[in-house]
Design a protein around this ligand. Structure first.
Ligand SMILES: Cc1ncc(COP(=O)(O)O)c(C=O)c1O
Length: 384
């Protein structure tokens, strides 16, 4: 290949390979060797999207008006549905200025630094974390500054010690990969810090609906002052089993929403309107599927955590998300341990893939049935 084609931009060159692409390659290799694989790796729900949502897409796909370019900010009816959905959480949003449709929440999280971060400006990024915050910062020529999340602090960053001269702060609760949750007192600290230091806050709430044992995750916007400093980015992916549909939304401060909208209007032309209509159906239709989903994940969580405890692992029972964040039992590096698991036919994600502070842990996703989890425990017992 000619030099100019094989040489990426320095921006792209410094990015680590996307973790899940690497794991997929190894998984395919083991499967080709005839190893039967139980995939507890990637956080992609195994359940189908509910039929009433699919039917709504089919109906909307026939409408000619939906065959034309959408607007990048999303249908007003979609943004209204989002604001009604948040009204049920006692959060008041103006659908014309405080709500923006996203092509999946990843898209908004990734585009945000382009709107607000100049070359070399600091972005506070938790570690371990969903890799997109750090990568998006680098792609925008910003400077990621690590906020360690450790068991000692309940996987909450020590905001009071965070750099005062940052431009943007990402937080994410309920958290991937640690499954930790945050209370309003933590969000209060974040709002105070952001107000004192003129920092923009982006709260990633992708797992907000997947909560267990009666726990409800608060919205960042429920804290007084949050609307002045930040936005919340949310998703239909996990709450409604719609990862393939790519629908999400940003809500909150109108000026931040306007900045993100400006980036989007220059880079994308919005989500297919028929998918937005299906999204409206998801948000305004029966919500009992979310309760059923919570029940399903609780059963799986209990099967995995109780199973791990029975074979001698000391593992916390998460209150939310569909992840279990387990310390590597034999103290080996997380990649080495995950390769050992792969040889036993189990895919799990090494903690280091979420950042240096993820080392020492392994993440299991609860995306297989209870019986398969029980089989995974039998295999794990042999490995440990
Ligand atoms: C913490 C977190 N945020 C955002 C996303 C992206 O979700 P989507 O782009 O499907 O809305 C994920 C996906 O796994 C995630 O784990």
């Amino acid at each position: 290949m000619a030099d100019h084609i094989s040489k990426y931009s320095t921006r792209l060159d410094v990015l680590p390979p996307y973790l899940f692409a690497q794991i997929d390659a190894l998984k395919a290799e083991r499967a080709a060797q005839g190893i039967d694989i139980i995939d507890l790796g990637v956080g992609d729900p195994d359940q189908p999207t509910p039929a009433h949502i699919v039917d709504s897409l089919v109906h909307a796909a026939h409408k000619e008006a939906n065959h034309r370019y959408p607007s990048s900010e999303g249908l007003l009816s979609y943004r209204q549905a989002v604001s009604e959905w948040y009204a049920q959480k006692s959060i008041d949003l103006d659908p014309t200025s405080e709500v923006l449709a996203l092509i999946g929440s990843k898209e908004g999280l990734a585009h945000l630094p382009l709107a607000f971060v100049n070359r070399g400006e600091k972005v506070l990024v938790p570690d371990p974390a969903y890799p997109v915050y750090r990568i998006a910062t680098i792609l925008a020529d910003g400077k990621p500054v690590t906020l360690p999340l450790t068991a000692d602090n309940g996987f909450l960053p020590d905001i009071e010690k965070a750099a005062p001269d940052a431009k943007l702060l990402y937080i994410n609760y309920p958290n991937n990969p640690t499954a930790a949750v945050a209370d309003k007192a933590f969000f209060r600290t974040v709002v105070d810090y952001a107000q004192d230091n003129d920092v923009i806050v982006c709260h990633d709430a992708a797992y907000m609906e997947l909560t267990f044992d009666g726990y409800e995750a608060p919205s960042f916007l429920s804290v007084p002052g949050a609307m002045e400093v930040g936005i919340e980015i949310n998703s239909l992916s996990k709450a409604y089993n719609m990862t393939g549909w790519r629908m999400g939304f940003a809500v909150g401060n109108a000026d931040i929403i306007a900045g993100l909208k400006k980036v989007k209007s220059n880079l994308d032309s919005g989500a297919f309107q028929a998918v937005q209509e299906a999204g409206i159906t998801a948000m305004t239709g029966p919500q009992d599927m979310i309760h059923a989903l919570r029940k399903l994940y609780v059963e799986r969580r209990d099967a995995l955590v109780d199973g791990l405890r029975n074979i001698g692992w000391s593992v916390e029972k998460p209150k939310a998300t569909f992840y279990v964040w387990a310390p590597v039992p034999d103290g080996s590096p997380s990649v080495e341990f995950s390769l050992k698991l792969l040889d036993a036919g189990i895919v799990a994600t090494p903690g280091i893939g979420f950042g240096e502070y993820g080392e020492g842990y392994i993440r299991f996703a609860l995306t297989v049935p209870v019986n398969t989890i029980k089989e995974a425990i039998r295999r794990l017992e042999e490995v440990v």
